[in-house]
Ligand binder design. Structure first.
Ligand code: CS2
Length: 473
């Protein structure tokens, strides 16, 4: 009947799914919480929650996820309206595959459910706290690597630790309650794109705990576990197109639907205090040292992604796949990878040439609408580990780090061009752009406190390269 819109029923635990949609292979009604996850965004729902779904199907246990969104209330309401279930559609040129994920039991919001979140953190049934809050949410001081005491939530949580607002504050208050109750700590598993992410979070937590209670800090340092992990899956922000496709595939309306690629990877240090789900059932790899995998992913995938993002923004190309479709730009991505790979040590079990070929294919995926604008945000939080660290090593090894210089030039040109910058240091960036001069245009950016490592700031030849690239742009 043309003109008449039929409204689909909302997805819920009782939706009868079409036969080709994968559903959770376990009885959700029996699922009890064991994991508290902080940062209930698209990435977590298409990554750790999917692995946990596979783990529960392979070996059922009390490992349901309670998801916390520190700021958003909407997502918590949407989850409640759908009994916690939502769909993930993995797409490539070969087609679409939908699954409905059941590992998330429910959501809580930092703005409305603080007391309940803290009660769960103190509850011994929660044995693992996983985190995806993005780089900027931790409040890392770029100079010291410790807490940035001017970061809004760090400042608030140091002043009022029993009523936390940020991720580190919640962890510290959770540990504090367990310590006071004579309970063992939970394991903290960071899943953000930071190198040695477990060690970083451990350091921040111990520093914040020590500010108010040195005995608590000692207890966390002695008893706590903060394994590092490398996470990977390209998950664009959900749009109406995503929701429309999911609705067609699952036959129900899903406000939380996600679109992603078939590929996913998770490499985890196997150091858990009180067990863990059988995540290897979903393909997770457990290793003693995650660092080589993190470096590989940050420098090859995320570094190239930033290049593509700033180039796309400068050339008015909306999606990653649009940039990759221009042969000249794809060659620049290849060149960047060729430079970055020289800074890597061998990665156990990984063929780096194959890994890079696969990255090119993933970026080219014609069914994934990943906005260059989304990746371009938070450059000050991303470029240090994606671009600067590799450049320092390349230069120390006698390389010229010319592609790294090119990415920095693209970023500066983007900052200069963009009407609005989404970055916690946006004000400083816009001031730097306003202070650019003809003879040394990048200078105001190199002067931003704690942003570039000293080895780059002091390298006149490399800075001249950045300027030369800027001029060409
Ligand atoms: C991207 C990442 O937004 C970004 O900065 O580079 O989110 C990237 O898509 C993921 O790390 C892939 O695993």
């Amino acid at each position: 009947m043309p003109g008449i819109m039929i409204r689909m029923p909302r997805l819920s635990a009782s939706t009868e799914l079409p036969a080709d949609v994968a559903a959770s292979g376990y009885d959700r009604a029996l699922l009890k919480p064991g994991i508290l996850h902080i940062g209930l965004g698209a990435f977590h729902r298409a990554h750790q929650a999917v692995y946990t779904d596979a783990a529960l199907a392979a070996e059922f246990g009390d490992w349901g996820i309670v998801g916390v969104s520190l700021r958003s209330v909407d997502i918590v309401r949407d989850l409640a309206a759908q009994d916690g279930v939502y769909s993930v559609v993995a797409s490539s040129a070969a087609g679409d595959r939908a699954q409905v994920v059941g590992s998330v039991i429910r959501g809580l919001s930092g703005t409305e459910d603080q007391a309940e979140i803290l009660a769960l953190l103190a509850d011994p049934t929660i044995r693992i706290v996983t985190i995806t809050v993005t780089e900027k949410a931790y409040g890392i001081d770029p100079v010291s690597g410790g807490l940035d005491r001017n970061h809004p939530s760090v400042k608030a949580d140091l002043a009022d630790p029993t009523s936390p607002t940020g991720v580190i504050g919640y962890l510290v208050e959770g540990f504090s309650r367990r310590h006071a109750a004579g309970l063992p700590p939970f394991t903290v598993l960071c899943c953000d794109n930071l190198p040695t992410n477990g060690r970083i979070v451990r350091k921040l937590v111990i520093e914040m705990a020590g500010a108010g209670d040195p005995a608590l800090a000692n207890w966390i340092a002695g008893q706590g576990a903060f394994p590092s992990s490398m996470v990977d899956r390209i998950v664009p922000a959900t749009t109406d197109v995503t929701r429309g496709l999911a609705e067609k595939l699952i036959g129900a309306e899903d406000r939380l639907a996600l679109s992603t690629e078939p590929f996913m990877q998770w490499v985890v240090e196997d150091h858990f205090l009180a067990g863990r789900p059988k995540w290897e059932a979903g393909g997770a790899l457990f290793v003693d040292d995650v660092e080589p995998y993190e470096k590989m992913k940050l420098r090859l995938l995320n570094g190239s992604h930033s290049l593509v993002a700033y180039l796309g923004q400068l050339k008015d190309l909306t999606f990653v796949r649009d940039v990759m479709a221009v042969p000249e730009y794809r060659a620049l991505v290849r060149r960047h990878m060729a430079e970055a790979v020289k800074t890597l040590d061998p990665v156990p079990g990984i063929d780096l040439d194959g890994y890079m070929d696969q990255l090119i294919e993933r970026f080219e995926n014609p069914t994934i609408a990943h906005k260059t604008q989304q990746i371009a945000m938070d450059g000050t939080q991303k470029l240090p580990q994606r671009i600067f660290a590799g450049a320092v090593e390349a230069l120390a090894n006698g390389g010229d780090a010319s592609s790294a210089a090119y990415v920095v030039a693209l970023w500066i040109a983007y900052v200069r061009k963009a009407a609005e910058i989404n970055d916690p240091r946006a004000t400083e960036l816009k001031a730097a752009a306003a202070g650019m001069t003809a003879d040394d245009p990048s200078a105001p950016f190199f002067a931003i406190a704690g942003l570039f490592p000293q080895a780059l700031t002091e390298n006149g030849a490399w800075r001249a390269r950045v300027n030369a690239e800027l001029e060409k742009l």
